[in-house]
Design a protein around this ligand. Sequence first.
Ligand code: NDP
Length: 313
Amino acid sequence: MTENIERVRCLIIGSGPAGYTAAIYAARADLRPIIYQGMQPGGQLTITTEVENFPGYPKGIAGPEMMEDFKQQAERFGTDVRFGVVTRVDLLQRPFVVEADDGKTLHAETVIIATGASARWLGLESEKRFMGMGVSGCATCDGFFYRKQDVAIVGGGDTAAEEATYLAKLCRKVYMIHRRSELRASKAMQHKVLHTDNIEMVWNSIPEEVLGDNDGVNGVRVRNVKTGETKDLAVTGFFVAIGHQPNTAIFTGQLELDAMQYIVTKPGTTQTNIPGVFAAGDVQDHHYRQAITAAGSGCMAAIEAERFLTNIS
Ligand code: NDP
């Protein structure tokens, strides 16, 4: 057991723009960071297509390719990038104790949490039952399987709007099911959705049940929340795009979280309520949620970790 214990000055959990940017800065500050990539190496951008708003890429870049660039840049300065998931942390003792699913126990002087946020689900039993058999949380990952077919997507935000237009290019018809009569998405995205011929809005409606058989999904039953009427839409793909929840379960009871379970940081910093523990990116930001803001806060976290270590040594 003891031979598996490693000491590390700066441990980074999560490998989206926040985690890798923290790694680049921490490595260049000679903190020899270790980064655990987590469940989804590269983070949410690996399940998007084109990123067009990250400065420095005038022609846009594919999300997975951009994250590979981030990784290579972090490795170039000596970051130890590990494929694995952190399963337990003890932030109440110092050094902090962190266990990962590769069997390692690490004693960390500072921890930067950049675990991001994950897609939310409706919570229907049928949604779970048909997961991977027609139910998906990522149109850009799975849309390909539904080429020339009819599909439905739930949600009214930018993610749903973006995914609906993506699906519209592949599929015959896309029903966009939204619980209100107005989209939450940006005006530009609303315009795109409402002017795409093969997207049909299903307003004021919520999915009541995903229908299917042994071959997978063959429909969705929606209920109009205004009239109470239900109707079945014949679809073979059912995409859920109703927002995200922060990946903070392993920190519950140790770090201060807000009502939505995001990590609370001191305004203008990445400091959590535990000195030496910093949080960057979507795990502490439900407002901006952009790759560039996540990267910026990753940079802040590394600088703050470095200053913290200087002050305690
Ligand atoms: P949002 O929280 O913005 O939207 C979630 C949508 O799902 C809302 O329309 C909401 O309805 C609906 N919803 C939530 N829960 C349920 C439920 N249980 N049943 C039915 N519908 C539900 O999440 P997004 O992922 O779309 O976006 C997150 C953030 O990321 C936003 O700030 C967005 O602007 C940003 N973003 C930016 C992009 C870009 O700039 N290219 C691309 C993607 C996201 P209601 O509207 O009624 O609350």
